[in-house]
Design a protein around this ligand. Structure first.
Ligand SMILES: [Zn+2]
Length: 260
């Protein structure tokens, strides 16, 4: 109360200084508010400080560090005790198969709302585990795959289907030869928001995982393959639109994998 009276007295005695001080304070406050608005807007629109835009190459140099990783993952290894996960991601071999698969897993682990996958062959246990974690977080997972390859040895699509993941496979002699995954595509996130009648959505970021590589041991560790990870919004929008079109096209029950 005393401070307020003193403040008013100062204004009366020094009107110019007071006006300048109030103006400076107002500008400062506006700046703070504007930065706060920009921060929350960027969070809600899905921007993150770490931008993903990368090509992963799988080639003959992918396993030169495999023995080293195996040694470090042995029980009792000092590196394992410190932090098992980042060891592979920090591998200096830019073609390291384990590191590259880890980078795909990293993106799947960031999924907030949806994972839409169109894949020819999926037998990677590491990726399957990432999808299981996503299901536990409540992420919607949908898979479109090739009818023959769904039932191939080691296919993880059956495993995920048993966990409630809807799988569609076109009845055709042609191959479903896509290898991509759309993580939190805007169109799908909006659909989920409408279905769940939510007014607000949590921060998310659309990411596309796509390339020549099938999600198999051979693909990640034996062939010359590529995989692009990208946060490009237009790319994500187009891949999501492609998935949505196929999902509707294969809507008939005969295209659906029967869950037992
Ligand atoms: Zn490595």
């Amino acid at each position: 109360m005393l401070n307020t009276a003193l403040f008013m007295q100062q204004i009366r005695e020094h009107p110019i200084v007071a006006t300048i001080s109030i103006a400076a304070g107002t500008i400062l406050a506006s700046e703070v508010i504007w930065k706060a608005v920009k921060f929350f807007h960027s969070q809600l629109s899905g921007k993150r400080p770490l931008r993903v835009h990368e090509v992963l190459s799988f080639n003959e140099l992918g396993d030169i560090c495999a023995a080293q990783h195996l040694r470090k993952s042995m029980p009792g290894s000092p590196e394992l005790t410190k932090s098992p996960e980042p060891i592979v991601l920090q591998c200096r071999n830019m073609y390291c198969s384990l590191r590259n698969v880890g980078k795909i897993v990293e993106q799947i682990d960031r999924a907030v709302y949806s994972l839409d996958v169109a894949i020819y062959t999926f037998s990677s246990l590491i990726l399957a585990d990432a999808f299981k974690r996503a299901l536990q977080r409540g992420v919607s997972v949908r898979i479109i795959s090739d009818r023959e390859m769904v039932f191939s040895s080691g296919s993880q699509i059956n495993v995920l289907a048993c966990l409630g993941v809807p799988v569609r496979m076109p009845i055709t002699s042609k191959m479903m030869h896509n290898k991509y995954c759309v993580i939190d595509g805007v169109e799908r996130v909006e659909e989920i928001r409408r279905l769940k009648q939510r007014k607000w959505i949590r921060p998310y970021c659309s990411v596309v995982v796509s390339g020549s590589v099938n999600w198999t041991r051979q693909g990640f560790g034996g062939n010359w393959e590529n995989c692009i990870l990208s946060e490009d919004k237009e790319l994500a929008r187009m891949f999501q639109a492609d998935f949505t079109r196929m999902w509707k096209a294969f809507e008939k029950s005969e295209n659906n994998l029967k869950q037992e």
